[in-house]
Design a protein around this ligand. Structure first.
Ligand code: G1P
Ligand code: ZN
Length: 542
C-alpha cells in the first residue's frame, strides 16, 4: 500500500558542494530524510518505471536511510532499484552502475570524508543519468521544493533484506541487491593492464592501501589482493565500520598519518595509498615522497598513455580553480586544453560528456576520468600502479623526472575548521572589498598582478557561476586563494590555497612549507586571519 503523509518544510535542506550534509541527529528528525528524498523526486520528471541506483558508504544511519529511500522511490513510481549488498556502494561504483545499467539516476548516502557515528555526519546526494552529481539547476530546484513541501509518498512495506543478493518485489517494483564490486571491477579491467600490474607485484613490489574502515575495503581486497596478487595484508583497515573505527576517513597527511609515517620510514613498501569514506578520494605516497593531489593529476596525465584505456591520448584536462597549475603545463605539452572550473566535481560532468576533457582533478585528493562521472580513489591508485608497472620507476624518481621537465608547483592548503560563521563571512567580504585596489601593489618582493573573485562560464551549457573564491595572483605565477568550504556541518571552514611555481632549472627539492613561507605569511596578513578568527595556525595542512 502507498501512503501519502503530510509534512512541513525544514528550512535547512540546501545542498552544498556535494549534496545535503548534516549531523546524524538532524537526519534522524521525523520526516527529515523523507522530505529531502521526496523533494528530489518532485524536481525530476519522466522516471516512471525506470531504474534508480542506491548505495552508501556504510556510515551510521546508512541502512535506515536506504530503507526509506527504497519505499519513497517505489511509491513515486520507479520500476527498478539497484542496491549494493549491505547498503554498500562507493561513490564511483554508483556512477559506474548508473552508466552501465543506463539507470535514470542514483542516490548516494554519504558525507564523504567527514567523520561518522551517532554524532557524526551523514549526507544524501542525487546523481543524474550520466552518473555524475546533479548540476546546480537541479540542486536549486530540489532546495526550492524543500521549502514548500507539504506531503510525501511512501510504500507501507516491510524492510528489504539488504544482505542477500537477489531480487525482490516491493509494490510492483523490482529491488535488486547486487555485489558492490563486480561491475566496478569489470570496468577497471577495461582501462588498465592488469597483467602488467600482476607482474609488478610478482617481481616483489610491495604496497599498502589504507581503506580507513570506509567503503573501499571490499573493493581493495577484491581488486588489489584478489585480482592483482598484491599479497595478503596489503589492505589495512579494510572492514567498513559505521563510525570508521572512530577515525576521520579523510586520506590526508593528518588523518592518514600512520601510512605517511610508514612510507617515510626504512620499512616503507614501494607504494602507499588510501581512500576516503565513500571511495572517491585518493592519497598517493611513494617511498619517501608524498605526491600532492595537484602533482598527482599532472603526473597521471603526463603518463596516462601507458594504460590501455588512455593509450589514444587525452582530449583535454580539467582542474578545479584552487588546484595547482601543474596540470596546465602538461596540457600545454600534450597540445590539449586545460579547463579551470569551480570547486566540486559537478562542474566536470559537462566537459566529460562533451568529450572536451578526459582526465580531471582537484587539489582535495580527487582524481578521475571519463570512465565515470565522479572522482575515483581506486582508479587513481590503479592508474599509478599501471604506470609504475610499465615504466618500472619509483614514485620518487617519477616525480623528480616530472619536475625536471615541467618545473614544480609548490603547493599547500591551510584549513581553518569550525570558525565562527560571521567572522568567516566578514573575512571574505573584507577580501572582496580589497580586490580593486590590490593589483599593481607589492608585498616585499611579491608583486600583485591581479585579484578577483573567480567566475566560471561553462562552455557546454553556457551557465555562469560566480563568487567561487578570492584569487590573489602574483607576477611570478604564485597565487593565494581563499574560499569557504561548502561541505562542512559545523561553523565555517576557511580554506587558503597557496602556490608558487619554480621553473625546471630552479630549486626543485625544497620542503613545501618552507618553500612557501613568504606566501603563507602574506596569506595571514592580507586576510587578517588571526584578528578576524582568533586562529594563529590552521587546523589541517595538506
Ligand atoms: C571539498 C573540496 C572539493 C570537493 C568536495 C567534495 O569541498 O574542497 O574539492 O569537491 O569537498 O569532496 P569544500 O568543502 O571545499 O566546499
Ligand atoms: Zn568522498
Amino acid at each position: 500500500m502507498i501512503r501519502t503523509v503530510e509534512t512541513k518544510p525544514f528550512a535547512d535542506q540546501k545542498p552544498g558542494t556535494s549534496g545535503l550534509r548534516k549531523k546524524v541527529p538532524v537526519f534522524q528528525q521525523p520526516n527529515y530524510v523523507e522530505n529531502f528524498v521526496q523533494s528530489i523526486f518532485d524536481s525530476l520528471e519522466g522516471f516512471a518505471g525506470k531504474t534508480l541506483v542506491v548505495g552508501g558508504d556504510g556510515r551510521y544511519y546508512n541502512r535506515e536511510a536506504i530503507q526509506k529511500v527504497i519505499k519513497i522511490a517505489v511509491a513515486n513510481g520507479f520500476g527498478h532499484l539497484v542496491i549494493g549488498k549491505g547498503g554498500i556502494l562507493s561513490t564511483p561504483a554508483v556512477s559506474c552502475l548508473i552508466r552501465g545499467r543506463t539507470a535514470y539516476g542514483g542516490i548516494i548516502l554519504s558525507a564523504s570524508h567527514n567523520p561518522g557515528g551517532p554524532n557524526g555526519d551523514f549526507g544524501i546526494k542525487y546523481n543524474i543519468g550520466n552518473g555524475g552529481p546533479a548540476p546546480e539547476k537541479i540542486t536549486d530546484a530540489i532546495f526550492a521544493r524543500t521549502t514548500t513541501i507539504d506531503h510525501y509518498k511512501i510504500a507501507d512495506a516491510p524492510d528489504v533484506d539488504l544482505d542477500t543478493i537477489g531480487a525482490t518485489i516491493v509494490e510492483g517494483a523490482k529491488v535488486d541487491i547486487v555485489d558492490p564490486v563486480t561491475e566496478y571491477s569489470a570496468l577497471m579491467k577495461t582501462l588498465f593492464d592488469f597483467d602488467a600490474i600482476r607482474a609488478l607485484f610478482a617481481s616483489g613490489f610491495r604496497m599498502r592501501f589504507d581503506a580507513m574502515h570506509a567503503v573501499t575495503g571490499p573493493y581493495a581486497h577484491a581488486i588489489l589482493e584478489g585480482e592483482l596478487g598484491s599479497g595478503a595484508g596489503t589492505v589495512v583497515n579494510g572492514v567498513p565500520l559505521p563510525d570508521f573505527g572512530g577515525h576521520h576517513p579523510d586520506p590526508n597527511l593528518t588523518y592518514a598519518k600512520e601510512l605517511y609515517d610508514l612510507m617515510m620510514s626504512s620499512e616503507a613498501p614501494n607504494f602507499g595509498a588510501a581512500s576516503d569514506g565513500d571511495g572517491d578520494r585518493n592519497l598517493i605516497i611513494g617511498r619517501g615522497i608524498f605526491v600532492t593531489p595537484s602533482d598527482s593529476l599532472a603526473m597521471l596525465a603526463a603518463n596516462a598513455r601507458h594504460a590501455p584505456g588512455y593509450a589514444k591520448g587525452l582530449a583535454g584536462i580539467a582542474r578545479s580553480m584552487p588546484t595547482s597549475a601543474a596540470a596546465d603545463r602538461v596540457a600545454a605539452k600534450l597540445g590539449v586544453k586545460c579547463y579551470e572550473t569551480p570547486t566540486g566535481w559537478k562542474f566536470f560532468g559537462n566537459l566529460l560528456d562533451a568529450g572536451l576533457a578526459t582526465i580531471c582533478g582537484e587539489e582535495s585528493s580527487g582524481t578521475g576520468s571519463n570512465h565515470v562521472r565522479e572522482k575515483d580513489g581506486l582508479w587513481a591508485v590503479l592508474l599509478w600502479l599501471n604506470i609504475l608497472a610499465k615504466r618500472r620507476i619509483s614514485v620518487l624518481d617519477l616525480a623528480r623526472e616530472h619536475w625536471s621537465i615541467y618545473g614544480r608547483n609548490y603547493y599547500t592548503r591551510h584549513d581553518y575548521d569550525e570558525i565562527d560563521l560571521t567572522a568567516a563571512n566578514g573575512l571574505m567580504d573584507a577580501l572582496r572589498g580589497q580586490l580593486a585596489s590590490l593589483p599593481g601593489t607589492s608585498r616585499g618582493v611579491l608583486k600583485i598582478h591581479a585579484a578577483d573573485d573567480f567566475e566560471y562560464h561553462d562552455p557546454v551549457d553556457g551557465s555562469d557561476t560566480k563568487a567561487q573564491g578570492v584569487r590573489i595572483l602574483f607576477e611570478d605565477g604564485s597565487r593565494i586563494v581563499y574560499r569557504l568550504s561548502g561541505t562542512g556541518t559545523a561553523g565555517a571552514t576557511l580554506r587558503v590555497y597557496i602556490e608558487r611555481y619554480v621553473p625546471e632549472d630552479g630549486n626543485l627539492g625544497e620542503e613545501t612549507q618552507s618553500a612557501l613561507a613568504d606566501l603563507i605569511a602574506l596569506s595571514h596578513e592580507l586576510a587578517g586571519i588571526e584578528q578576524r578568527t582568533g586562529r594563529k595556525a590552521p587546523s589541517v595542512i595538506t
